[in-house]
Design a protein around this ligand. Structure first.
Ligand code: SAH
Length: 257
């Protein structure tokens, strides 16, 4: 793997890709489970229609070039491709990409899948996408600001960037870790680490340095026991965010005036 540095917060990132091997190992397992809708990634399947609705309501997808950063087995990538998007899915681990490629083929969908990081891709092909999506990834990387900035570099001016992750609150600790991993067992133990959870204000701060203008913050509610879910309401646990990449000659201050 080539080294990456686009937007890295830590100078060591120039020599090391923004990847946590322990995090990657969690996803480097047999490939079949990604598409088992009742399996380990049930939660991602359950909330996927909400994520898709959030994105599709805010940006046109048909014919657009979309990069899905940390695409995993392609759950969101496929949904966007079905909406007519020309999707490139990137992931740092091999196993999810094997599952993603084989499932896209079975589904008859043309999706490009590549093993790389957001930073590498942003270095190689800046401003080459209309839309970037980055769902349930930021809480797994050592330097999330660097990924946020790389997503900003990946899209063209005027393009849309979407993030989805877990907030760092007492409620998210109790629900996303204690309840989901230890009481209900719907997420594998050790999948999430509380200190890696991210506050929306932190994403706002990192995004601003990449010329990304905050458009929206929406809470995503998910109750796996009663299979109830929806958008809106509190963003104390899961949330989605939308940003717009400013035009080259625009500054964040001008845009905010
Ligand atoms: N975005 C998908 C999958 C989320 S699981 C979805 O929401 O459906 C997190 C994925 O991020 C895993 O597939 C893991 O391999 C990948 N990943 C972890 N660190 C990464 C990094 N630094 N760059 C790119 N992908 C990474």
């Amino acid at each position: 793997m080539a080294f990456s540095f686009a937007g890295a917060s830590n100078p060591l990132m120039i020599l090391m890709p923004n990847i946590d091997r322990n995090e990657i190992r969690k996803f480097e397992e047999p490939t079949a489970f990604w598409w088992d809708k009742k399996g380990e990634f049930k939660g991602l399947h359950d909330i996927n229609p909400l994520r898709l609705a959030y994105i599709a309501d805010r940006t046109a997808l048909a014919g657009k070039r979309v990069v899905d950063v940390g695409c995993g087995g392609g759950i969101l990538a496929e949904a966007m491709a079905r909406h007519g998007a020309r999707v490139t899915g990137i992931d740092a681990a091999d196993a999810p990409l094997v599952a993603a490629r084989s499932h896209a083929e079975t589904s008859g969908l043309k999706i490009i899948y590549r093993r790389t990081t957001a930073e590498e891709m942003a270095n190689a092909s800046p401003r080459s996408f209309d839309v970037a999506t980055c769902m349930e990834l930021l809480e797994h990387v050592p330097d999330p600001p660097s990924v946020v900035r790389a997503c900003g570099h990946l899209v063209k001016p005027g393009g849309a960037v979407f993030f989805g992750t877990l907030n760092r609150t007492l409620r998210s600790f109790l629900l996303a870790i204690i309840a989901a991993e230890y009481i209900l067992g719907i997420v594998k133990k050790g999948t999430h680490t509380y200190r890696r959870f991210i506050k929306p204000s932190e994403i706002d701060r990192w995004a601003a340095t990449a010329g990304l203008l905050h458009q929206d913050l929406t809470g995503l509610y998910y109750n796996p026991v009663f299979k109830r879910m929806g958008l809106g309401g509190s963003s104390a646990v899961n949330y989605l965010m939308q940003f717009t990449k400013l035009e080259e000659n625009d500054t964040l201050n001008n845009a905010l005036l």
